[in-house]
Design a protein around this ligand. Structure first.
Ligand code: NDP
Length: 330
């Protein structure tokens, strides 16, 4: 399968030394979407090669307990679940490797993908499962309290804050959704909004404003967090940059970021149709992109659900679509 040939150029005409490796099915990304695609592709004899990317195991490796993935009645930690998925994919022959896709040329088949700026892969089919990265504010305290009260996923971590007070940062649909979800679990939810309006859709705004245990802190921005080892509160700027600027403190146990996600689609943007945020557009009900033979699954194409189980489901779709594409196109 791995026929060697000398190939020296990609779309930027950068010289890549060495031989290109030919693969039937290249999967980029190692979250639930990537590994599920790998399980299905391996069982369909597509001999998938999977590159794990910047964060092997994906976003789930940054969460503690996963309690909503079907099949784990007692829950499982994110890293353990990803290890299980990797083992399952490897059991059927997936070649999972360390490495980051740094460039891509999808203008013709086979598609050319550069790994770590140095290795060239030629792929008959490409499954993009590169995920999305939650945006953070860039505060030092977000790192200091990572795993100790700071989270970018209420659905993943909200349960641990039952009966407590928490804050959500953001004013879009995600922030509204996260605040409403947390309001059902927590004693009180502060919604920290930097302007005096919400960006969220009208219906979500109404829900937020009509939920008694959500308090919107208009024109507030996070300055920092405090607490002994774990988050015990936040310091906020009120009216930042204005004459009546002041600093206020709130007591909270959880600090949730909901200021948007960045889909990891940058290297494909010259070839694939993306929405205005950068999510890869797929034909509804399939994983097909606008380039035949290139499929997208998981969070890189999903601004709505962003769950491990939906990512896994779309990974399965991508592998089946790739298998059918190869049987129809050789
Ligand atoms: P958005 O970009 O829509 O909103 C981001 C929010 O975070 C804005 O309120 C923004 O403030 C705020 N923000 C950004 N940076 C900072 C910062 N540094 N400090 C403080 N606040 C900040 O992202 P979403 O993730 O909410 O939504 C993305 C897309 O997905 C949207 O199109 C949305 O409609 C869609 N979506 C749909 C859902 C649904 O239909 N159920 C659910 C979730 C998302 P500002 O307004 O001032 O710019």
């Amino acid at each position: 399968m791995f026929e060697a040939m000398n190939l020296s150029a990609n779309k930027n005409d950068k010289k890549i030394e060495g031989d290109a490796e030919k693969v039937k099915c290249l999967i980029i990304g190692s979250g639930p979407a990537g590994y599920t695609a790998a399980i299905y592709a391996a069982r369909a004899n597509l001999y998938p090669v999977l590159y794990e990317g910047l964060q092997p195991g994906g976003q789930l490796t940054t969460t503690t307990e996963v309690e909503n993935f079907p099949g784990y009645p007692e829950g499982i930690t994110g890293p353990e679940m990803m290890e299980d998925l990797k083992k399952q994919a490897s059991r059927f022959g997936t070649d999972a490797r360390w490495g980051i896709a740094t460039d891509a040329d999808l203008s013709v088949r086979p598609f050319k993908v550069t790994i770590d700026h140095s290795k060239l892969i030629e792929a008959e089919t490409l499954i993009i499962a590169t995920g999305a990265t939650a945006k953070y504010l860039g505060l030092e305290d977000e790192k200091k309290y990572a795993g100790g009260g700071v989270s970018a996923c209420a659905t993943c971590d909200g349960f641990f804050y039952r009966g407590k007070d928490v804050a959500v940062v953001g004013g879009g649909d995600t922030a509204a959704e996260e605040a409403l979800y947390l309001a059902g679990l927590c004693n009180k939810v502060y919604l920290i909004v930097r302007r005096d309006v919400l960006r969220a859709s009208k219906v979500m705004q109404e829900r937020v404003l009509n939920t008694p245990n959500i308090e919107v802190l208009w024109k507030h921005q996070a300055k920092g967090l405090f607490g002994q080892g774990v988050v015990e509160g936040a310091e906020l700027f009120k009216n930042k940059g204005e004459e009546n600027e002041e600093i206020v403190k709130i007591k909270i146990d959880g600090f949730f970021l909901a200021i948007g996600h960045k889909p990891n689609s940058e290297i494909f943007k010259d070839y694939l149709n993306l929405d205005e945020v950068g999510y890869i557009l797929t034909t509804p009900g399939t994983s097909k992109t606008n380039v035949p033979g290139v499929f997208a699954c998981g969070d890189v194409q999903d601004p709505h659900y962003r769950q491990a189980v939906t990512a896994a489901g779309s990974g399965c779709m991508a592998a089946i679509d790739a298998e059918r594409f190869l049987s129809e196109n050789g």
